[in-house]
Design a protein around this ligand. Structure first.
Ligand SMILES: *Cc1c(COP(=O)(O)O)cnc(C)c1O
Length: 484
């Protein structure tokens, strides 16, 4: 692409960084900024202008020539540079355990305890009774045992770490027998075969994708076998002509050959979901009761706590896992531990857990509650001035997300919002650029808001964002860029 004379002229007239720093020194809005922020804001402003001149010369006006406009652009850019990169986001997708949006929101109790432990010293690794060094794992061990029925327990950084650590401890250099139907890949490149390779264990797959029998495991057992592994197919389901070996059968087989049996449960679930109208999801207690030696699961999926990997099981194995040198590299942080302990304590009383843990509350929300929230949001949106906005109540399906309950449809009722002159994707990108960003979804070319994952105090934020959108966007008729 050749550059026109007009473009060359515009590029030549762009001021230099030093000149702009000098201008900024006399501007009360830019003066107080850290130098690094100012320089970055200036560089990015200039780069943006250069790009505009080269790519869209027709729209590249030269009002920046006026230093007032230039400074205004830098002020704007500086506020972007200074904003947090990791920011609070409004989840209007209806996907409850949304991995991209941070999975679970913590219960108030967990937040309060986390804040206190983070801001003060604590007995993280200090045994207050004995007055000497203690173990950080004792903060949640008794609770995990109490809730799951296991003999011993510990927590690490996340479930991927828990699986890695357990395989490394129990099956390094040995074969691990697993069904072909359970070679799971979780989003974000966690694949059972890859984790196994990293741990130094050797994958020995048996059976077929849809059917694995006890005799398949049996025939694969040799002197090289170190472990029998079951992985919960948490994010997909094999339906139709299927056969899988039960936990009890696996345990019996393990005992017979003196082999440990491990289960990666994925989403850690401690309550019977069918009581709340959901499909059954295996519980940690059931795996422990079946006699599985070591069970691992996540802290921030269905459990609704912080990111963590929980390991529960027999003392003999947990003792070995705790002393594995890898444990130190995968250890859980004190803030996480504080949030985890507070979350687990809520499970002592199931009614508490269900009413206090946001993930559970959202999963179990019933139609009247969702409808009420959708109606309040609709009212707020309809009260906005002008007549470009059209709000339509619709039935939809929310999702559990986080690789849990893949087949579960959570009936919900939400809103489809149309703005005259704007496509659904323009609405989506505008709300995504909001402060705080609002993430919805697009279905059949409509922008959809699902109230299941919204808090009541977030409704006004959405109304405000639409108000901003209406005042700052023009319709297709007057928009020279078009709208697709
Ligand atoms: C989610 C999941 C993992 C990974 O857990 P993280 O806590 O995200 O590390 C491992 N295995 C299964 C079966 C899972 O569903």
């Amino acid at each position: 692409m050749s550059i026109s004379e007009k473009q060359q002229e515009l590029l030549r007239r762009l001021p230099g960084v030093d000149h702009l720093i000098h201008l900024a020194e006399n501007d009360p809005r830019l003066q107080p900024l850290p130098k690094s922020v100012l320089v970055r804001a200036i560089r990015e402003t200039l780069a943006e202008l250069r790009r505009q001149i080269l790519e869209q010369p027709a729209t590249a006006d030269d009002r920046w020539d006026d230093s007032f406009d230039m400074i205004a652009r830098i002020v704007q850019k500086a506020s972007v540079v200074q904003a947090y990169n990791l920011k609070r986001t409004v989840n209007a997708t209806g996907v409850v355990v949304h991995t991209n949006l941070g999975r679970s929101c913590l219960a108030r109790e967990a937040i309060d305890h986390l804040v206190q432990i983070a801001s003060c010293y604590s007995n993280l690794e200090f045994d207050l009774k004995a007055g000497r060094r203690g173990s950080r794992y004792s903060a949640v061990e008794d609770l995990l045992c109490e809730l799951s029925g296991a003999e011993a327990a510990m927590a690490v950084n996340n479930n991927a770490a828990a699986v890695l650590l357990c395989l490394d401890t129990m099956a390094r250099g040995k074969e691990v027998i697993i069904s072909r139907g359970e070679l799971v890949e979780i989003g974000g490149s966690f694949r059972i075969p890859d984790v196994m390779a990293r741990s130094g264990a050797i994958l020995k797959e048996v059976g077929t994708t849809n059917r694995t029998h006890l005799r398949d495991y049996q025939q694969a057992i040799s002197n090289d076998t170190g472990l029998l592994l079951k992985v919960h197919t948490s994010n997909y389901s094999i339906v139709g002509f299927t056969a899988a070996v039960t936990l009890e059968q696996m345990v019996t087989l393990g005992r017979q050959f003196n082999l440990p049996v491990m289960e990666d449960l994925g989403s850690g679930n401690l309550i019977d979901l069918t009581r709340y109208g959901l499909t059954a999801e295996p519980t940690v207690q059931a795996s422990v009761a079946a006699g599985i030696d070591v069970v691992t699961f996540s802290g921030d999926k269905l459990l609704g706590g912080p990111q963590a990997g929980l390991i529960v099981g027999k003392t003999a194995f947990l003792d070995r896992i705790k002393t594995n040198p890898l444990t130190r590299a995968l250890r859980i942080d004190k803030m996480t531990l504080a949030a985890l302990e507070a979350t687990l304590r809520l499970y002592r009383d199931e009614r508490q857990a269900v009413s206090r843990i946001p993930t559970l509350r959202m999963l179990f929300a019933r139609r009247p509650e969702l409808e009420g929230r959708a109606n309040r949001l609709a009212e707020g949106l309809r009260a906005l001035p002008g007549d470009r906005l059209a709000v339509e109540p619709i039935d939809l399906s929310s999702r559990a997300g986080g690789g849990a309950l893949p087949l579960l449809d959570l009936p919900s009722c939400g809103l489809a919002v149309r703005v005259q002159g704007l496509s659904a994707s323009r609405i989506e990108s505008h709300l995504r650029a909001n402060t705080p960003p609002i993430i919805g979804r697009i279905e059949n070319d409509r922008f959809i808001l699902d109230p299941r994952t919204l808090r009541d105090d977030e409704l006004q934020l959405i109304v405000d964002a639409f108000e901003h959108l209406l005042t700052h966007s023009t319709t297709t008729q007057t928009n020279s860029h078009g709208d697709h």
